[in-house]
Each structure stands twice: as C-alpha cells, then as structure tokens.
Design a protein around this ligand. Structure first.
Ligand code: AMP
Length: 249
C-alpha cells in the first residue's frame, strides 16, 4: 500500500515575519524556511504505518520552487522512500496544489494521502478538502488518531467539544492535527541516507495542470499594535474598569 504525503516549504514557525511596506504580502527574502509542521506530523504518521507493516511505500511530494528539494530531503530523512518535486516559480494557491495532487493520485494510485490540516504561512486549510472533492475520495480531516485495517481507515477527529471517529473506505484523504503524533528528530545517518533516495522533478504542465491563481490578494496588514497596560490599585478599580471602560463584564 502506497501513501502520498504532500509537504509544503513554509517560513519557519520561529520566524517573526514582516509585512512588505507596500502591503502586497509578507517579506520572505533571506528568511529561514522549513517543512510545514503539520506536514512533518503527516510524514511521521506515514512512516509509522510503514514501520507497522501496513504501508509499503511512502512518497513525499512538494509543489513550488527548486529549494523545496530540501523539504523533500527532510521528509526522506524522517523515512519517506522517495520524493516528487512539482517545480514551479509561480504562486501556488490551494486549488492549484489540489489539482497537481489529483494528477499525482491518478498516476501513483496511493491508498492514502496524508496532508497537513493547514499550511502555517497562509492558514488556508483547503488543500486536503479540495483534493478529496477533485478525486471523489472520502476525507477524514483534523486527525488525532489514524488506524488502518481491512481496507478501511478509522480517523479520530478533533471537533468542537470532543472527538469524532469516522471510518473511511480506502483510498482516502486524511489531514493531520497537532496531537496525532510527535515527529522524530532526524538523525545525521538518516540525512545522509536521504541524499541517495530518488527525487523526481516534474513541471505542472507535465501533469496537465493549469496553476494560474484564481484569488487576488488585495492587502496584507500588520495586526494593530497593543497599547500599554496599566496597574490598578485594587480589585474594585479593576472591576469598575472592566465594566465601564473595557465593557467586557
Ligand atoms: P493549506 O490548504 O494551504 O492550508 O495546506 C494544507 C496542506 O496541503 C499542507 O499542510 C500540505 O500538506 C498541503 N500543501 C499545501 N500547499 C502545498 C505545496 N505547495 N506543496 C505540497 N503540499 C502542499
């Protein structure tokens, strides 16, 4: 059984990004980039399924610039068997990524596609759902537990107020939530091994996909600066200020 794991190269979660002065986006020049944290969880889950003997091959996919190869090498250092880079300098929106992934699903015929629930750069939370729609596959989103058995995958989902477990027939699309697992640290020997693993590069046009953007970003702004706090002398003043000034009680 093959598993496809899409991994996105995003600004590292420790970096405090700055909005460009013309408000057209976020400045990512010379900024540390890493694998989207939810995708690390997805790779870890796929590799654990392989270690359990449920899965035979884990294929990592990234769509974007040449440097996404680094992200794919990290996925292979975690344990993915091979990788595919769908290379383009174009801005990729979730629909374009979902179309690319649909073409790869048709080609590779994986039984499971495990994506992150969202990319931490644009917070879209759309690609997995769009992929499920385009392929007609069942989806289990925000997974905190994944169990594969008898041609089905049971996905425990984090929903408002609790956990919901759904059973999907394979092939299926799953998206990962934070508590699914804790990804392992990549070791130096595995980084070295990953350098020798197969990494194929294709272009969106080779897959017959038009990646032209469908959404236009109008403006990106910094959040408003927080004003300084004050010290109050006693609880009565605090309650009065919360009631009459902040109007929150
Ligand atoms: P999003 O819908 O943009 O929040 O992304 C959700 C998930 O889709 C990510 O966690 C990745 O698994 C996958 N994904 C999104 N963009 C890309 C990309 N450019 N390359 C590979 N996977 C991606």
């Amino acid at each position: 059984m093959k598993v496809l794991v899409p991994v996105k190269r995003v600004v590292d979660y420790n970096v405090k990004v700055r909005v460009k002065s013309d408000g057209t986006g976020v400045d990512i020049a010379n900024v540390k980039m890493s694998m989207n944290p939810f995708d690390e969880i997805a790779v870890e889950e796929a590799v654990r399924l392989k270690e359990k003997g449920v899965v035979t091959e884990v294929i990592a996919v990234s769509c974007g610039v040449t440097q996404c190869q680094e992200t794919l090498r990290t996925a292979m250092a975690i344990g993915a068997d091979r990788a595919i880079l769908v290379e383009t300098d174009a801005e990729l929106q979730p629909l374009a990524v979902a179309k690319i992934l649909k073409a790869l699903v048709d080609k590779e015929q994986p039984q499971l596609v495990i994506l992150g629930k969202q990319a931490i750069d644009d917070d879209c939370n759309q690609t997995g759902q769009m992929l499920a729609a385009l392929t007609g596959l069942p989806q289990g989103t925000f997974a905190s537990k994944v169990e594969v058995a008898d041609g089905k995958v049971a996905v425990t989902r984090e929903v408002d107020g609790g956990l919901e477990t759904v059973s999907l027939s394979l092939p299926a699309v799953v998206t990962t939530d934070l508590r699914l697992n804790e990804p392992r640290y990549v070791t130096l020997p595995n980084i070295m091994k990953a350098k020798k693993k197969q990494l194929d590069v294709v272009k969106p046009a080779d897959l017959g996909v038009d990646v032209a953007p469908r959404i236009k970003t109008l403006k990106v702004e910094e959040p408003p600066k927080r004003s300084a706090g004050i010290k109050v002398p006693d609880v009565a003043t605090l309650v009065s200020k919360l009631k009459n000034e902040a109007k929150v009680i």
